[in-house]
Write a protein that binds this ligand. Structure first.
Ligand code: HXC
Length: 510
């Protein structure tokens, strides 16, 4: 018995040593933590239970028969985050560059399966060079097995990917099908094909960073939902994010006792909207003044900045905020903003998270770049996402709600449950100046006439009362009472039940 225990300890030691001291030191020298160190930071202290520590690859060629490391380059298992069950896998770059073998894939599939069975979120930590080159098709098959589990888990359990080193080749598509991707600044990069292949195929010379660094994905491509300064910060923020999410689509998101009075008034909000309707203000100020304790977890802060998305709580219950941001492109809806918000709205709807929408939108962004880029289809994604969502939907128009964008932004017509406006709201087909230049084109040469017509149009439409008189708004509320009204509305909607017609699935304009 003593010998068996000794052998077990030895095997565990070998697994914990990963790719050995030299590679471990190289990992730390790059500012990256080891796979198990990362898991320890993500999960509650002492809660991690590892699976499959003794699994080894089955390859023989290229000297692989003699080259085995227990665990085979990925650490998998489960534990808790603030007491709630979470499954996890974390790739170990020091073992064959974290590359994926058939055995490595089976380990990941096992925790994916367990997370689905138990209705718990799964977090994947990536630091890997793609398919195990020595292994061939078994590795490709392994990727496909993981992808299929990602697809079947989508909308059932929250799936989160954290990119903490290279994420190349086959490794990118699993994160791409998860709900959120986060990166670590300067140590992580993601691409389908690396700089060498790019050089061969297109003759472009690019660095890893230019091709797939955090600036590319968190600000330009929108592939990543955020980037953090280092491993510690990233994993701490993942714990914060998980706190907002339910374990699965069968549950409501977790309540937390709130010390913030749901009736709290915020008099400073009465002064948030500038007198000049063309002057911007920061919509995040409104979110932070309304949410419990000002706590807001923003999703994609650097991409499509003209719309703000993220999680907060109202009277202890998690909610998703979606808000046009007048500080960026006047809060207009363009391709990036529509894609970003549509995906966020669908996530909230899939996981029973009520959606609070703050509207100040001058319309869709005009221009050839937008039209040629498919603004029609991308804008329709957001329209579709709001329309199909059956979670509680509360909308507050703070200022402009012009044109088609008025319809899109969780209007009454898309089954908004509670639609409020501040007295500063302007709901119209377009801004007064643009409207007058079209309907009084003949007067364009006469500035006095145009000024008078503009004033008439403004007096008639630059207010919330026309929409309120038609019942498209439920009430006009004082800005200071926004938090109280939203908290009340959420309580009233706790048992909301709306069902969409039966279908196999919809055909959202992808
Ligand atoms: C086996 C690999 C590996 C791989 C890296 N290693 N990638 N082993 N298969 N895919 C090993 C290296 O041999 C090395 O071993 C160790 O990991 C560290 O790699 P380095 O190259 O020294 O590290 P670094 O300089 O940081 O570069 C990281 C990297 C590079 C950019 C990721 O390793 C790289 O380009 N790897 C190959 C990427 C790739 O083409 N993958 C296949 C994609 S095709 P030693 O023993 O020296 O420590 C693919 C298809 C799947 O994935 C499609 C499914 C849909």
């Amino acid at each position: 018995m003593k010998e068996i225990i000794h052998a077990l300890e030895q095997k565990r030691e070998a697994a914990r040593a990963g790719g050995g001291r030299r590679r471990m030191e190289a990992q730390h020298a790059k500012g990256k933590l080891m796979a198990r160190e990362r898991i320890e930071l993500l999960l509650d202290e002492g809660s991690f239970e590892e699976f499959d520590m003794f699994v080894e690859h089955r390859a023989h060629e290229f000297g692989m028969a003699e080259n085995k490391v227990p665990g085979d380059g990925v650490v998998t298992g489960w534990g808790t985050v603030n007491g709630r069950l979470v499954y996890v896998f974390s790739k170990d770059f020091t073992v064959f560059g974290g590359s994926l073998s058939g055995a490595h894939a089976q380990k990941i599939c096992k925790v994916q399966e367990m997370a689905m069975r138990s209705g718990a979120p799964i977090v994947g930590i990536f630091d890997a060079g793609g398919a195990r080159i020595q292994e061939g098709v078994e590795s490709l098959a392994g990727y496909a097995d993981i992808f299929l589990k990602n697809i079947l888990s989508s909308g059932v359990i929250p799936q989160i990917s954290v990119i903490m080193g290279p994420c190349a080749g086959g490794d990118v598509y699993s994160p791409a099908m998860t709900d959120f991707i986060f990166m670590v600044k300067d140590t992580s990069y993601m691409y389908v094909t690396g700089p060498d292949v790019v050089k061969t195929v297109t003759n472009e010379t690019v660095t890893h960073d230019e091709l797939g660094g955090w600036r590319v994905h968190a600000a330009k491509s929108g592939v990543a939902d955020g980037a953090f300064d280092n491993d510690f910060e990233a994993l701490g923020q993942m714990r914060r994010l998980i706190d907002f999410l339910p374990g699965s689509n069968r549950e409501k998101p977790p309540m937390r006792p709130s010390f913030d009075d749901p009736k709290r008034e915020e008099p400073s909000l009465d002064r948030l909207i500038p007198d000049n309707p063309n002057k911007p203000y920061d919509m995040k100020e409104l979110i932070e003044k309304v949410a419990d304790e000002g706590d807001f977890f923003e999703i994609s802060p650097d991409f499509g900045k003209n719309i703000v998305t993220g999680f907060g709580r109202m009277d202890g219950a998690p909610v998703g905020f979606v808000a046009n941001q007048p500080m960026s492109l006047a809060g207009v809806l363009d391709i990036d903003a529509s894609r970003k918000a549509a995906r966020f709205v669908r996530f909230c709807d899939a996981f029973n998270i009520p959606i609070i929408t703050f509207v100040d939108v001058p319309g869709f962004l005009p221009g050839t770049k937008q039209e040629q880029g498919g603004l029609i289809k991308h804008g329709a994604k957001l329209l579709f996402a709001y329309g199909e969502a059956t979670v509680p939907k509360i909308t507050v128009v703070t200022r402009k709600a012009y044109g088609g964008a008025y319809d899109v932004m969780s209007s009454k017509h898309l089954r908004g449950d509670f639609n409020y406006a501040w007295p500063s709201a302007e709901i119209a087909v377009m801004g007064a100046k643009g409207a007058v230049e079209i309907i009084f084109r003949a007067d364009i040469g006469d500035p006095d006439k145009i000024a008078q017509r503009t004033k008439e149009y403004q007096d008639r439409f630059a207010n919330p009362f026309v929409a309120a008189s038609l019942g498209y708004l439920d009430d006009v509320i004082m800005p200071r009472e926004t938090r109280r009204r939203i908290c009340r509305a959420l309580k009233a909607l706790e048992k909301k039940k709306v069902e969409n017609p039966w279908k196999k699935h919809d055909n959202i304009p992808l």
